[in-house]
Design a protein around this ligand. Structure first.
Ligand code: TYD
Length: 253
């Protein structure tokens, strides 16, 4: 069999040409990076967990009518997704202050915000994904006014869904980042959720203890990242209830 063509390699995933036109295979690596790739490591099993967790969230979103790029999981590390044109924005939704918002505005981490706050960063690693306003987005043509309305509505629907799913298993959704893709269906174009939704791109805190169950464990050297992600997967029923943290996760199905 001919080797499939690599389209792009990012920090945590590799994209390959899919089997049908308009499809892509997303391969989840074990690589972890933080602080714009200044801190790097290989975390055994992270890719397997994120592949499965992203499948779980994308499927759930599909079930409540939020369109995503997800088609199906192929194996432990790969999933088939729709090819999209990525809107060059990191869309962040925050429910509690943390990370850069706490630093920028001097708000103590964990403070509940008066309402969910949506922020946009321009997707450019070289520039460190700078925060931008809708003025920049409109002026530079990164997204239209209609796109921005659709993106806001998608972001808030994802927030409601993810917050609820997490609350049901005793986890507080502090913030998260999504990416948006543009797809063309004949003459129509629409925006869908793309990339991944996983503990790499969320802040998740245990409601009782405040224990961090997300990539801050890696960013701030708080212990085993695999243990934290395994705990999220176990609570969501993505892994067997009796699973103990392990470096090579066993998955249901
Ligand atoms: P933020 O606090 O702005 O940045 P940092 O993670 O560097 O402290 O991030 C808010 C949330 O969005 C957090 O859960 C991490 C996520 N995020 C990404 O996953 N990738 C990104 O490029 C950005 C800007 C944020």
């Amino acid at each position: 069999m001919a080797r499939r063509k690599k389209i792009y390699e990012g920090k945590a995933k590799i994209l390959y040409e899919g089997p049908e036109p308009g499809t892509i295979v997303q391969y989840f690596k074990d690589d972890a990076t933080a602080f714009n790739a200044e801190k790097k490591d290989v975390i055994d099993g992270k890719g397997v967990l994120n592949n499965r967790l992203s499948e779980f969230f994308m499927n759930g979103l599909g079930q409540i009518g939020v369109p995503t790029h997800f088609i199906k999981r192929l194996n432990m590390r790969e999933q088939l997704v729709r090819q999209v044109e990525i809107v060059p924005l990191e869309v962040i939704v925050r429910n509690y202050a943390a990370g850069t918002m706490s630093k920028r505005l001097g708000i103590e981490e964990g403070t509940q915000l008066p309402r969910p706050i949506v922020e946009y960063c321009y997707k450019d690693d070289g520039l460190g994904d700078p925060l931008v306003t809708e003025e920049h987005i409109a002026a530079f043509g990164w997204a239209s006014q209609q796109d921005m309305e659709d993106i806001l509505s998608l972001a808030l629907r994802v927030n409601d869904f993810l917050s609820g799913v997490m609350m049901a298993v005793g986890i507080k959704l502090v913030d998260f980042k999504i990416e948006i893709g543009r797809v063309y269906d004949g003459d129509f174009q629409r925006l869908i959720i793309a990339d991944e939704i996983s503990p790499d791109s969320c802040r998740l805190w245990d409601m009782e203890t405040g224990r961090k169950l997300d990539k801050d464990v890696f960013r701030r050297d708080l212990g085993s990242l695999t243990d934290a992600y395994t705990e999220v997967a176990r609570r969501l029923g993505v892994m067997p209830q009796n699973a103990t943290p392990m470096t090579k996760p066993t998955l249901i199905n």
